[in-house]
Design a protein around this ligand. Structure first.
Ligand code: AHG
Ligand code: MN
Ligand code: MN
Length: 337
């Protein structure tokens, strides 16, 4: 009987895309796979294992931390450290990046930035959450201690990026710049199997995802765009359908598979929106582009932005190319006024 390819087999088969690579990236992706399985296990039994709820502390961005935020952070940091394929890591849950200083790690070429648990306000109410990761080659010389500049690279320098969605099933989706593939976890066997090969946004989309509760704070162009998406026009299948979970991973995943537009624009109280450029916007932008979509801050390609802070935010508009282009047009027309 023919069976699906496992993620491990896929990673090894695709190592040939990197003729000069020595297999470190493959090993790093395997470490992410392992940590993902461990976090998945904890999420599945969260209600029974007393790891639901908040810890009563805030992260560096002033957001209250959930127990699972910290658990996921610890699992990823320790797993990636133990395997020795990275020289440093930065995470939403850590104020500063961690430089791994022993010889093995200093010899490593890669750094990782991550959102260990995305959508954490959804944990306690049993709605889909995710993990987002972004991988770069270091700029500093191999053999030295990793520096902040290694982490502050524009998204276009990403070597790989992806997410794990802990939904009705658990799926790991990633790209190394050669298309996007998704692997569904089989809990009975304990392996991820290729279930979504070569994912592409459908040509047309008719879903929009935005926290409309913030409408009053949005720029004029975004307000007009939302009203336009709600207008009746049979030819362009409007009004569009509104779908928003509050987990970027879930909203992105659905829109990539079904066709749609995700928006987290700036608002009067949040001049750069909410999402973090380095470990939310950039990895999703890389995936979007590799799946034939687009990601913009309303004006610029997300992956061109030169970051200046680890936890900096950016307005985020992402989805089918044509829908993002329409959104940019609405924003552009308003800024001309
Ligand atoms: P996190 O849980 O990692 O802090 O991320 C939450 C993010 C993102 O997943 C989601 O799209 C957005 O915040 C939701 O924000 P609102 O609740 O403001 O809509
Ligand atoms: Mn997040
Ligand atoms: Mn998070």
């Amino acid at each position: 009987m023919e069976r699906h390819q496992t993620l491990g087999e896929f990673i090894i088969e695709n190592q040939k895309d990197f003729p000069y690579a020595k297999g470190e990236l493959s090993a790093l992706l395997s470490s992410i796979k392992l940590a993902g399985k461990m976090v998945n296990e904890s999420i599945n039994k969260a209600g029974l294992a007393q790891i639901l709820g908040k810890i009563g502390r805030e992260n560096v961005q002033g957001e209250s931390q959930a127990k699972l935020d910290l658990l996921a952070n610890d699992v990823f940091v320790s797993t990636l450290k133990n395997r020795g394929e990275i020289c440093g890591i930065a995470s939403e849950e850590l104020e500063d990046f961690i430089a791994f200083e022993d010889e093995i790690h200093k010899e490593a070429k890669y750094i990782v930035l991550m959102d260990p648990l995305d959508g954490s306000s959804n944990i306690d109410v049993d709605i889909t959450v995710g993990t987002i990761f972004s991988i770069y080659r270091r700029i500093s010389p191999v053999g030295t201690k990793v520096t902040k500049e290694d982490f502050l690279q524009p998204g276009k320098n990403q070597v790989a990026a992806g997410y794990i969605i802990y939904g009705t099933s658990t799926i790991l989706v990633y790209t190394t710049g050669n298309g996007v593939n998704g692997f569904t976890f089989d809990p009975g066997i304990g392996s991820f199997f290729l279930s979504h090969p070569s994912i592409k946004f459908p040509k047309e989309g008719c879903i929009y995802s935005v926290n409309e509760g913030n409408y009053i704070h949005f720029p004029k162009g975004i307000k007009k765009l939302i009203k336009w998406m709600q207008e009746l026009d049979n030819a362009s299948k409007r009004p569009y359908t509104a779908r928003y979970t509050g987990s970027l991973v879930a909203d992105f995943h659905r829109n990539m598979l079904l066709g749609g537009l995700y928006l987290y624009p700036q608002g009067t109280t949040s001049p750069k929106g909410k999402l973090r450029l380095l470990y939310e916007c950039n990895p999703m932008a890389f995936l979007a582009e590799q799946a034939g979509g687009k990601a913009s801050d309303g004006e610029n390609r997300i992956m061109e932005i030169i970051p200046s802070e680890l936890h900096e935010r950016a307005p985020f508009i992402c989805g089918n190319s044509e829908m993002v282009a329409i959104a940019e047009r609405f924003i552009g027309e308003m800024t001309k006024d």
